[in-house]
Write a protein that binds this ligand. Structure first.
Ligand code: FMN
Length: 166
């Protein structure tokens, strides 16, 4: 997922896809609210995901605004999503939210906790990133020639597609 840093420079990182929000086209990821990715998205919500499917040789680049669902979200539907994503994490991934802030210098004198956090109560820094696609660039690299389409969504939520040169 690519984001924009406060100084305008790009940043990217690999994130695991956590499913579609309420079976819509909105993509979900999880992150630590103290991480660079979360802080960058708060400052500049538009993000861009690049997703390659090696079996079908397709690349999708998906851009759009993001929303962070954290502990202070009160809407019941989103609160349930927050809890579901927490429960579905691996034990190892859940444990990372019990550590000191990500990206900070590691203090070898402070032992890492080993007991997994409670499954039912997300730790305070756990958040779900929801990406609402507004632009999609789809490339099929196994065509001869390759095939490429650009999809965009207008302000009324209507999608249009243009086939473009690869
Ligand atoms: C295969 C893979 C999956 C990852 N999945 C996640 C994830 O789901 N959530 C997350 O916050 N970081 C995930 N990471 C770690 C991020 O790539 C990144 O290192 C971390 O989020 C810190 O980045 P930042 O400093 O830009 O916030 C994953 C890394 C790899 C290699």
């Amino acid at each position: 997922l690519a984001t924009i840093r406060a100084d305008g420079r790009p940043a990217n990182r690999t994130l695991s896809f956590r499913g579609f929000l309420h079976e819509s086209h909105r993509l979900m990821f999880v992150a630590d609210a103290r991480s660079h990715e979360a802080v960058e998205l708060i400052g500049s919500p538009w993000a861009d995901a690049c997703w390659y499917f090696p079996v079908t040789h397709e690349q999708f680049r998906i851009g759009g605004p993001t929303t962070l669902i954290g502990e202070r979200i009160r809407e019941p539907n989103l609160g349930a999503v927050h809890k579901d994503c927490w429960r579905e994490l691996s034990d190892g991934a859940r444990l990372t939210y019990a550590l000191s802030a990500p990206g900070e210098p590691r203090n070898s004198r402070v032992p890492f906790p080993t007991d997994g956090p409670d499954l039912t109560t997300p730790l305070p820094h756990f958040c779900v990133i929801v990406l609402e696609p507004r632009e999609v660039d789809h490339l099929e690299i196994n065509g001869k020639p390759q095939n490429r389409w650009r999809f965009s969504c207008d302000s009324h939520g209507r999608w249009s597609a243009v086939e473009v040169n690869p």
